[in-house]
Design a protein around this ligand. Structure first.
Ligand code: GDP
Ligand code: MG
Length: 435
């Protein structure tokens, strides 16, 4: 659940004011999340220092609680590094793709062509990769799928000549995208080839393509390409996998550039414009941070969930009631869960959600018929009390038993939950009999 981070933030809001220890706790958790996401250690350290200083020094803006204050600073610092994103305008232009082998240049070339095509421009593609066997056919077949004009010369190793002739032949199209060769590792001959193509094609944009899993080599690559031909922006591919793309932060800070697009799959439609908010949420291992905070603010501030005591394994019916209330206030369950980290809600069908929220409201009605003592200590509830509660709430005794069972499972889960790190919402719901 990015759970330790959220717990730390929780503590911060409970403490009600900013003190050094609580800021340190939050920063420690943020460090952990960022390092796990492959962000460069030095970057993380510099940023942490900045966050601590600002969190303690800057006055908490009125109408904002300490937690919002810190999160806002974390956000701003990350945005500072990562930038708002590189805008690739919808206008006639030449774009050159660069990067190592396997980074996703060819795939991204075809995705970009498709992107412009869908926006009503006329793109065309040149294959200047004469290094990798099969490069010509790979790109040609990707282009053919979307009827995108393509120029290449199979078997010819003269990449500069190909670029020249390709630009000549395809000059009437709006957007020319040049796919180039890579190497397994950064090599001088690759840099030289890029310099030559750059001077012939004079591209308006040069996009460095990086695999999300690249990690710390990102900064070396970015620096080398930037020093030789200059980089206009970065594309991070394979963000549909487990890698979070933290290495790209080094690349953009190294080159003073920013991310233009992200690749989220292998087909031509799997390209998204870069959105810093989403990227940062992913880096921190939290869901849609902004809206999660906004929503949680509204609901949790009134009646705090006693997370601490829940974690200790003391989880009464009252706690459960409060929890259901909070979830209820936060909005439709589906929406809440979709805001959770890791897209927990995504694998759950509409129908399952329906059942779930129905069940929750039924439980709430039953609990409204319980006494305070019963809520505090459910063990008091024997069969005669079950009868009374079921009558009072207009439900069946079996429903009350089901609720008590649900509470028990939940109580146990809360015990296990402690220190469990990530938890799987779907599994948890199954355990609770909510599906
Ligand atoms: P190049 O050597 O830089 O041209 O890289 P390619 O475009 O040939 O891509 C290398 C591999 O990565 C291919 O198998 C692609 O299908 C795959 N690939 C590229 N981009 C993505 C992406 O965004 N997501 C996924 N899952 N795979 C990708
Ligand atoms: Mg390629």
């Amino acid at each position: 659940l990015g759970s330790s981070l959220q717990d730390a933030l929780k503590k911060l809001v409970n403490s009600g004011r900013i003190d050094e220890k609580s800021v340190n706790d939050v920063v420690k958790d943020i460090q952990r999340a960022l390092l796990q996401a492959d962000v460069n250690v030095q970057l993380v350290m510099n940023m942490s220092k900045q966050i601590k200083e600002r969190a303690l020094k800057e006055e908490v803006p009125s109408g904002m609680n300490p937690r919002e204050h810190v999160i806002r600073i974390v956000y701003q610092e990350l945005i500072n590094i990562i930038g708002e994103g590189t805008e690739i305008n919808l206008e006639p232009q030449t774009i050159m793709m660069i990067g190592l082998q396997g980074s996703g240049k060819t795939t991204t070339t075809s995705k970009l062509a498709r992107y412009f095509q869908k926006k009503g421009l006329k793109p065309a593609v040149i294959c200047a990769d004469t290094f990798r066997p099969g490069a010509y056919h790979q790109l040609k077949s990707l282009c053919d799928k979307n009827s995108i004009p393509f120029y290449g010369e199979e078997g010819n190793e003269d990449s500069l000549g190909i670029v020249e002739r390709g630009m000549d032949k395809l000059g009437k199209y709006d957007v020319l995208i040049i796919d180039t060769a890579g190497r397994h590792s950064l090599e001088q001959d690759l840099i030289e080839e890029m310099e030559q193509i750059n001077s012939i094609a004079k591209p308006d944009k040069k996009l460095l393509v990086l695999d999300a899993a690249i990690g710390q080599q990102a900064s070396e690559q970015a620096r080398a390409f930037n020093e030789s031909i200059g980089i206009s922006g970065v594309v991070i591919t394979k963000l549909d996998g487990t890698a979070k793309g933290g290495g790209a932060l080094s690349a953009v800070s190294e080159t003073n550039s920013s991310i233009a697009f992200i690749g989220v799959g292998e087909t031509s439609g799997d390209l998204e414009k870069f959105e810093p908010d989403r990227f940062i949420s992913r880096l921190l291992g939290m869901g849609d941070i902004r809206s999660l905070i906004e929503k949680a603010e509204e609901s949790l501030s009134e009646e705090e969930l006693d997370v601490e005591s829940m974690m200790q394994g003391r989880f009464t019916l009252k706690d459960m009631y409060k929890q259901l209330e909070a979830v209820n206030k936060m909005g439709p369950l589906k929406q809440v869960m979709q805001m959770m980290p890791g897209g927990m809600g995504q694998n759950i069908s509409e129908e399952q959600f329906q059942v779930t929220s129905e069940k929750l409201s039924r439980y709430r009605i039953i609990m409204d018929s319980m006494t305070v003592d019963e809520m505090d200590d459910p063990k008091l509830i024997g069969s005669s009390r079950i009868k009374r509660i079921s009558r009072g709430s207009g439900s069946k005794p079996d429903d009350v038993r089901e609720l008590l069972k649900y509470h028990k499972t939940m109580q146990n889960a809360m015990k296990n939950f402690r220190g469990a790190g990530k938890f799987n919402m779907k599994k948890m719901m199954k355990k609770f009999g909510m599906q």
